[in-house]
Design a protein around this ligand. Sequence first.
Ligand SMILES: Cc1ncc(COP(=O)(O)O)c(C=O)c1O
Length: 376
Amino acid sequence: MTLFDVYPLQPLTITRGLGSRVWDDKGQEYLDMYGGHAVISIGHSHPHWVARIEEQLKKLAFYSNSVHLPLQKELAEKLGVVSGKHDYRLFLCNSGAEANENALKLASFHTGRSKVLAFTKGFHGRTSLAVAVTDNPAIQAPVNATDNVIFAPFNDIAALEEAFRDHTFAAVIVEGIQGIGGIHVASDVFLQKIRSLCDATDTVFVADSVQCGYGRSGQFFAHDRAGVQADIYTTAKGMGNGFPVAGVLIAPNFEAKHGMLGTTFGGNPLACAAALAVLEVMENEDLIGNVQKVGNYLKTELARFPQITALRGEGLMIGFEVAPEHAQVRKNLLFEQHVFTGEAKGGVVRLLPSMALSQEDATEFLEKLEKAFHQS
Ligand SMILES: Cc1ncc(COP(=O)(O)O)c(C=O)c1O
């Protein structure tokens, strides 16, 4: 058997990681400013995370959701404390798409309605409902086609009001900072308007925090900055620091019924141990404070580069555009300077490093970026 070839791959084989560094099979070290696509939140192979998983592995790796699994309750309590969403309930699953799928299903069960409002350039995953609310026809199969989804322009208050005038929705789904769409930050007034329109029409506000959440923006949830609460938050990427785990945080007014949602692997003991280790390290090492400090430093310094034509983002979720003559800069960073970065729509360079990125690592990145620009 061979692999189903769906990923355009870099000609690189990564075999080891520690903190904000990874190494290839030839022993070459790389600075990881991409965090394996915003997944590495506390740093590659953090010793506390490794120990927590190892310890759990020796006790119990898996049992199904037909019995009490105390680690799930421990995780829900800890997540309530660290995120500040104390009175929300947690449904555990395995990926970002699955979290959004369950959030939208729940909104539809709760309201008895079927339409969803989503936004241009948004990305919410590849399963059926998640891809239907994703603004990218190229990844939607004919079976995903539906009249239940309305797209409105992102950050456009008048278009938002018009959508609510013309339709009755079960849910609105919105990223606090669009990731794959090119690091576009939802404005405070836009998020506040979504909240007030949802309140006026009993619509469910779903905050997709799969990429921008879990501290990456310098707030636990990027949407928090606007001073509004969503009804449902979805989380995944950084939640397990690479161990597959995702969550749906659900406001107190939603009624749970047995059998309404479910999963085989979601909330398994190993995933809970990994997710607890992440929250413990976030607290013990004040990683949200570090995101604010190092993120501000990076953004201030990046603003000085004449080659950068646009700079956006918050905390350690930063995107920048470069003048056309510097289009090779990502390639130079990877192959000449040995720095991983991400890419987003429109050739945007995306920085999504570990939240434990040090000031020294950030300085090293800036020096290497300077050199990469001079190689283009
Ligand atoms: C904002 C957002 N939502 C959902 C997803 C889907 O997550 P997953 O790939 O874990 O299904 C992603 C993945 O990149 C994402 O960026």
